[in-house]
Ligand binder design. Structure first.
Ligand code: 5GP
Length: 183
């Protein structure tokens, strides 16, 4: 019989660098990556069905009502959710799955799937996080202010997680995630 894969939830404040970790991890070809649905608009270079499934608020709401999501959350004025079935299918096929999601959603996954390995990615310092969010260059000043306030609140959630990884070097974080999946 095939062993179930491991579910790793990578969370942490917005702007900490989770998506950089994920794009580097994709080159290692270890994890199955869930493609989330979101109501936010695509940024430059983001492809529908690859970065996200970009949907309207109406479609997202229908997905909520049809219980499509393993978890979903409101984040900085948009909605984000993880479709449940592809995750369950990948785990059943013995693949390790990595979800890169914000903290509210991470809490929901832990409740729904208590075996999930919960990882909190921490910035090397608060000021580094603030400059990353401010210098992203794609968001409006209002959105930047909202993201900063949110990130400060999100930092307090670290204690709820099984593992804390400090994002000093991308390669180190990647190695730790792969070893967590293997352990
Ligand atoms: P961004 O808009 O920068 O791509 O993502 C904003 C935040 O939403 C990030 O913290 C990211 O981890 C989170 N996120 C992405 N997909 C999901 C999801 O499916 N569920 C939840 N809860 N958060 C998500």
């Amino acid at each position: 019989m095939l062993t179930q894969g491991k579910l790793i939830v990578l969370s942490g404040p917005g702007g900490v660098g989770k998506s950089t970790i994920v794009s580097e991890l994709k080159k290692r070809d270890h994890f199955y990556f869930s493609v989330s649905a979101t109501t936010r608009k695509p940024r430059n270079g983001e492809e529908d069905g690859v970065a996200y499934h970009f949907v309207t608020p109406e479609v997202f709401q229908k997905m909520v009502e049809n219980d499509v999501f393993l978890e979903w959350a409101d984040f900085a004025g948009s909605r984000y959710g993880t479709p449940r079935q592809p995750v369950l299918d990948a785990l059943a096929a013995g693949k390790d799955v990595l979800l890169e999601i914000e903290i509210d959603g991470a809490r929901q996954v832990k409740r729904a799937m208590p075996h999930a390995v919960m990882v909190f990615l921490q910035p090397p310092s608060m000021s580094e996080l603030e400059s990353r969010i401010t210098n992203r260059g794609t968001d409006s000043p209002e959105r930047i202010a909202a993201r900063l306030a949110l990130a400060r609140a999100e930092m307090a959630a670290a204690a709820e997680f099984d593992h804390i990884l400090v994002n000093h070097r991308v390669e180190e974080v990647i190695d730790s995630l792969v070893s967590l999946a293997a352990s």
